[in-house]
Write a protein that binds this ligand. Structure first.
Ligand SMILES: Cc1cc2nc3c(=O)[nH]c(=O)nc-3n(C[C@H](O)[C@H](O)[C@H](O)COP(=O)(O)OP(=O)(O)OC[C@H]3O[C@@H](n4cnc5c(N)ncnc54)[C@H](O)[C@@H]3O)c2cc1C
Length: 593
């Protein structure tokens, strides 16, 4: 029984004593054998006695170990919806009662499904990453990307749960987008990486919708937004080429040649294409004129729709060069693709590709925030549970004030990030149902890149800190914790790196002639003044908030060196403001909200 409960100790740190048949620590074992070889008979007898004593002592120790809390108790979580008090409190505070009633029922059911059925699939996805087979046994090029059953099941579940559909059906008007985001947030850390294709699928649906769902794209739109698993399509987003992912304006080399039937054929090399098993994609290319010349820069880029495979599953004149060997997100196939005359349809005005795809980026960046908040929440839930079970220095971790201070700091970050996310999807819901005022649209324009930039970094920091809260166990692969960390690290890279988003924020400030910042600061000042001076914890946040906004007010045009700091301040402010508003709405202090 002992060997069975501590298998690692048995094999790594113990050996089996020939004299007693007990497992003894490696040091004692070595000591016994060394003494046995190099000593006289008398000394040997003495050593034998000593060894016996060691073994007897050990036996007592081992007997004690049975009753003491020597084993690591596994941290556990239950229904993620029911356990998320902040989420439930937020929904209760914001949703109209009728919507809340329906949404609550569905989320409770979904939470239970996540806990019992979907989380085990997620682990399966991690253990069975996609496999690429370039040739068949007879030397025929097949370029087959094999994904595991659990991954394919995730696709079906996504459709069944309406993870994309919910946002486009608009059953709950402006609240539909928020409701969809909540489901994605709950799903994200149990999705086995399937949240990535969902982000791009949502982005593609958004682009097609914003183009007015042209007839030729009606089928694609219906499939991206269906609840029928047999009909459901996912989409890719092929932008990054070898010469640049940030600088698509100069980095895109792919050329589009017009065909007599009005379609195009694309020739080029796409350097990063995630979820390469997707059914369709949106991609950028330069249209060649009659002489084969292309306009350079962003004015030469147009947006195309293409099916990745035909009805028989044959690739659309595409060759898979290889799958990327990635640090994380290993559950998902990210490929390098040669486009060798892939048949495509032009869906933007010529030269307006960047503007057209920006709708997709807006959505995928929001999904990035969802992923960041979800992974922080998952780490925190496990970390909190572990603190209730793990004993150190004679008491549970939760009873060590210093440990709890570390956890509390992370918890505040997660809550701030969560409320910022809710604010963004609330604003997006208003914008999508034409209910947003101009101020709200400007605020949304500012907050999306700011939140993506900030929570991407924040999630990595929180994941590292949370990993440490499990001690050595946090570093062990089979706990599943390193997967969360690895997958979190990409959040600051894809969909725009920190610096690129920071420049994007600046662009929005300049383009709106400062209006964006004016709106932001005016929402900051909406905070009620009458509470100033009170000792209530909410006021501490308020002071920080006002202090920072004062600082910000003095920054006119941030230069490169200060830019990120300035934008981090905007996010601090946003999170603080939103925490505060939520406190006022719920009558709770920041610590309890
Ligand atoms: C796992 C994974 C999956 C991906 N999936 C996809 C996908 O499906 N589709 C897709 O299109 N792309 C995908 N990407 C690519 C990703 O979007 C790009 O890697 C990212 O946009 C950065 O581009 P880059 O790699 O060319 O880096 P670069 O653009 O070369 O950037 C390198 C560094 O320079 C900095 N930098 C660049 N320009 C400036 C500037 N003007 N000022 C200050 N700093 C600057 C950047 O912040 C970065 O730190 C994926 C990437 C990863 C890691």
């Amino acid at each position: 029984m002992f060997a069975c409960r501590l298998p690692l100790w048995r094999f790594s740190a113990t050996c089996k004593s020939r004299q007693s048949g007990h497992f003894v620590p490696w040091d004692s074992c070595q000591m016994l054998s060394v003494k046995g070889i190099n000593t006289t008979v008398g000394q040997e007898q003495q050593a034998g006695l000593k060894g016996k004593q060691v073994l007897e002592d050990l036996e007592m120790h081992l007997a004690r170990s049975e009753t003491e809390a020597l084993f690591h108790e596994q941290p556990e979580t239950g229904n993620p919806y029911l356990e998320d008090t902040l989420l439930r409190s937020y929904l209760k505070t914001h949703l109209p009662p009728k919507v809340l009633e329906e949404v609550h029922q569905d989320l409770e059911r979904f939470g239970s499904r996540l806990h019992t059925k979907i989380q085990p699939l997620s682990r399966e996805c991690e253990l069975n990453p996609p496999v690429f087979r370039q040739y068949d046994a007879w030397g025929q090029r097949v370029d087959h990307i094999h994904t595991c059953l659990a991954w394919r099941r995730m696709k079906e579940i996504s459709a069944e749960e309406g993870l994309i559909a919910e946002a486009y059906e608009r059953r709950y008007s402006n609240w539909s987008r928020l409701y969809q985001a909540v489901k994605l947030y709950l799903f994200s850390s149990s999705s086995g990486g399937f949240n990535c294709p969902l982000a791009m699928t949502d982005g593609a649906a958004k682009v097609i919708e914003s183009l007015g769902i042209p007839g030729s794209l009606k089928n694609a739109f219906d499939r991206l937004t269906t609840r029928d698993p047999q009909q459901f399509w996912t989409s890719g987003q092929w932008m990054t080429e070898r010469r640049g992912g940030s600088d698509v304006a100069n980095g895109t080399e792919t050329v589009a040649r017009k065909q007599p039937d009005g379609t195009y054929r694309l020739y080029g090399f796409k350097w990063f294409t995630s979820a390469a098993d997707s059914d369709m994609t949106l991609t950028l290319a330069r249209i060649a004129d009659a002489e084969g010349q292309c306009t350079q820069g962003s004015r030469g880029l147009s947006l195309f729709f293409l099916r990745v495979r035909d009805e028989e599953g044959k690739l659309n004149n595409i060759q898979v060069q290889r799958l990327k060997d990635k640090l994380g997100t290993r559950q998902m196939a990210t490929a390098e693709l040669w486009l060798q005359g892939a048949r495509a349809e032009l869906i933007s005005a010529e030269g307006r590709g960047v503007a057209a795809i920006s709708n997709m980026l807006n959505i995928t960046r929001i999904h990035n925030v969802i992923g960041a908040v979800a992974s922080m929440r998952r780490m925190m839930s496990l970390s909190r549970d572990y603190a209730r079970k793990r004993v150190a220095f004679g008491k549970l971790l939760k009873d060590h004030p210093l440990h709890m201070q570390t956890i509390a700091r992370m918890e505040v970050q997660v809550r701030g990030a969560f409320l910022l996310l809710m604010e963004i999807v609330r604003l997006l819901g208003l914008a999508e149902t034409n209910l947003a005022r101009e101020q709200e649209q400007l605020l949304l324009r500012l907050l999306v890149p700011v939140a993506k930039l900030y929570t991407g970094k924040q999630a990595s920091a929180v994941a590292v800190e949370a990993m440490e809260s499990f001690g050595g166990q946090g570093y062990m692969e089979d706990t599943g914790l390193p997967v969360i960390l690895r997958d979190t690290l990409v959040l600051s890279i894809w969909e725009g790196t920190t610096n690129i988003l920071s420049l994007d924020v600046l662009r929005s400030l300049v383009k709106s002639q400062g209006q964006v910042m004016a709106v932001f600061l005016s929402t900051v000042q909406l905070f009620p003044k009458q509470d100033a001076g009170s000792a209530h914890p909410r006021i501490l946040v308020c002071r920080y908030f006002q202090l920072s906004s004062g600082e910000l007010g003095t920054v006119r045009v941030p230069q490169d060196r200060y830019q990120n700091k300035c934008i981090f301040n905007v996010t601090h402010l946003s999170e603080s403001k939103i925490i505060l508003w939520f406190c006022f709405l719920t009558g709770k202090s920041p610590q309890d909200c």
